[in-house]
Design a protein around this ligand. Structure first.
Ligand SMILES: Nc1ncnc2c1ncn2[C@@H]1O[C@H](COP(=O)(O)OP(=O)(O)OP(=O)(O)O)[C@@H](O)[C@H]1O
Ligand SMILES: [Mg+2]
Length: 319
């Protein structure tokens, strides 16, 4: 059994943007996730994080590249295989308000996949499993008959997690699972996800804007910018020795609770506009905002450079 659960090579997902224009939401993105590990995927709004997650889960058909899950190429799969994949790969959604069907009870939402996958066929069995999942996520069995609008954001996200775990998956895409929640309950939800990972031997792709959150929970980190991946490596390497100017800029924008550090480290200001992923210009997508950019950055896309120890960065001017 390979140590890797997921290998993604040169993944592309393009959307038509009208008048023949192409929105390159994900453009040549590669990474790996080992079994039982968490890869943190970070980047600004619109850089393509959710699209990566949805393409892995085959909600979107990839336009290029290869996805290998548990040793099997799943880039192009038939229906039977797809069904098994939807059982094994699940998603916790960004918005717990929009992602639960308001016309279904919580019990129905959690049990939705059971009949499709022929699991827990008896009524009693199904109900027991729903109760078990509700209690696992810190809710009560009485909640099974209630509707999503009767719950707070944090409770809804717990329902979303119960639904994602209902079919015993091995891989979860956690798409900014706490960004819509009150700060006071964010840690509870994250800690619950960490606990489940240990108990159920789960592998996570954890998507976030917030670099500090990803640092806390990830074994490896990947940084995206405008549809491309700019840096990838062990969390300690990426945070401790960020090589790409964009990662350095993101890190310097994170407030540090240390007045000495704040006095001695200047924040890097990233001027300029985030470029549009529609018909992107050739060259490095970060060039318009990069303090190191030169002519070559505006004409040639930088290749990924191996910095050793599984740390990679795509920049013409690595220091
Ligand atoms: N189904 C779709 N059809 C057309 N364009 C899409 C679709 N989904 C995403 N996009 C576009 O692809 C780009 C990447 O979007 P995506 O939602 O993946 O970004 P994100 O990094 O998850 O952003 P956020 O942090 O705001 O969630 C955006 O320009 C978005 O408008
Ligand atoms: Mg998103």
């Amino acid at each position: 059994m390979s140590e890797l659960l997921l290998e993604v090579q040169h993944l592309k997902k393009y959307f038509p943007a009208g008048h023949g224009a192409v929105l390159k939401a994900v453009d040549d993105v590669s990474f790996e996730i080992a079994r039982g590990e968490t890869l943190g995927l970070v980047g600004e709004s619109g850089c393509g994080k959710t699209t990566v997650g949805r393409t892995l889960l085959r909600i979107y058909e990839p336009d290029g590249g290869r996805i290998v899950f548990d040793g099997q190429d799943i880039s192009r799969v038939g229906r039977a295989q797809e069904k098994e994949l939807t059982r094994r790969m699940q998603m916790v959604f960004q918005d717990p308000y929009a992602s639960l069907n308001p016309f279904f009870t919580v019990g129905e939402i959690i049990a939705e996949g059971f009949s499709i996958h022929g699991m827990f066929p008896g009524r009693r069995e199904r109900l027991e499993r729903v109760y078990e999942l509700l209690e696992m996520v810190g809710l009560h069995r009485e909640h099974a008959n209630r509707f999503p609008h009767e719950f707070s954001g944090g409770q809804r996200q717990r329902v979303g997690i119960a639904r994602a775990l209902a079919l015993n998956p091995s891989f979860l895409v956690c798409d900014e699972p706490i960004s819509a929640l009150d700060v006071s309950i964010q840690a509870q939800v994250v800690n619950m996800l960490i606990r489940f990972q240990e108990q159920m031997d789960l592998t996570y792709l954890f998507i976030a804007h917030d670099l500090s959150m990803v640092r806390h929970i990830s074994d490896r980190a990947a940084v995206m910018y405008c549809g491309t991946m700019v840096e990838y490596g062990g969390t300690g390497e990426v945070y401790g020795h960020a090589a790409h100017p964009y990662t350095q800029g993101l890190l310097s924008a994170v407030p540090v609770a240390d007045p000495q550090y704040e006095r001695t480290h200047r924040r890097m200001v990233m001027d300029g506009e985030v470029p549009s992923p529609i018909n992107p210009a050739p060259g490095c997508r970060f060039a318009s905002r990069c303090p190191r950019a030169t002519e070559v950055c505006r004409s040639e896309a930088p290749a990924f450079a191996d910095l050793g120890g599984g740390h990679w960065a795509a920049c013409h001017h690595l220091l």
